[in-house]
Design a protein around this ligand. Sequence first.
Ligand SMILES: Cc1cc2nc3c(=O)[nH]c(=O)nc-3n(C[C@H](O)[C@H](O)[C@H](O)COP(=O)(O)O)c2cc1C
Length: 206
Amino acid sequence: MAEILALYGSPRRKGNTALLLKKAVEGAVEAGAEVEEVVLRDLKMSPCLEIYGCKKAGRCVIQDDFQAVYDKALACRGLMLASPIFFYTVSAHTKTLMDRFQSLWVKKHWIDKVPFGKRECSKKGLFISVGATKGKRLFEGALITVRYFFQVLDMELWQSLLYRSLDFEGDVLKYPAYLEEAYTAGKELAESMRGRAGEQHTTIRI
Ligand SMILES: Cc1cc2nc3c(=O)[nH]c(=O)nc-3n(C[C@H](O)[C@H](O)[C@H](O)COP(=O)(O)O)c2cc1C
């Protein structure tokens, strides 16, 4: 299993978040990390059916592509997640994946009886997001969702790269500084996992 898992959450293969995440992956590889990339739109993955089959085995019982991503997410030490803003939260592809991790939440809190609020952040997560508009609260919904998703994975939201005013495919290419920031973030994520550099912070552009 790879050290870093990179999840592409946009339905666009060459969209803005995909281009940014690709740069972050390049940075991490440059720093010597082994990175595995998963494009969520390529997966055959059901939404959570709320049947709570996970209450028995501590694992989701729906047999589809989620199972492999689940194993990879548990095994990795760092996660990169990129999603566009769709109606003030993450994309449907991303949310479908997140909801399936309710099975992990069930394992932690209902089966293994881990107390609520007990946080173990042994892993680091990078979140990359892009929205078309300029609203002050554009990323609020996605950030709270991502924070709690990472928490289930024992992961801190180590860094967020959030960019406004990008709409059409490839718009981000007009902003080399953003791509450079993504590259640096990927590099720093890989380095921080080896105990070097990597302050926790958020970069938001207008
Ligand atoms: C279904 C849908 C919902 C969207 N909702 C929002 C929104 O709430 N706020 C916003 O600023 N942009 C919204 N957008 C625009 C996307 O965030 C924007 O086009 C972004 O650049 C797409 O990133 P991508 O190229 O990585 O897919 C929406 C786009 C779609 C297709």
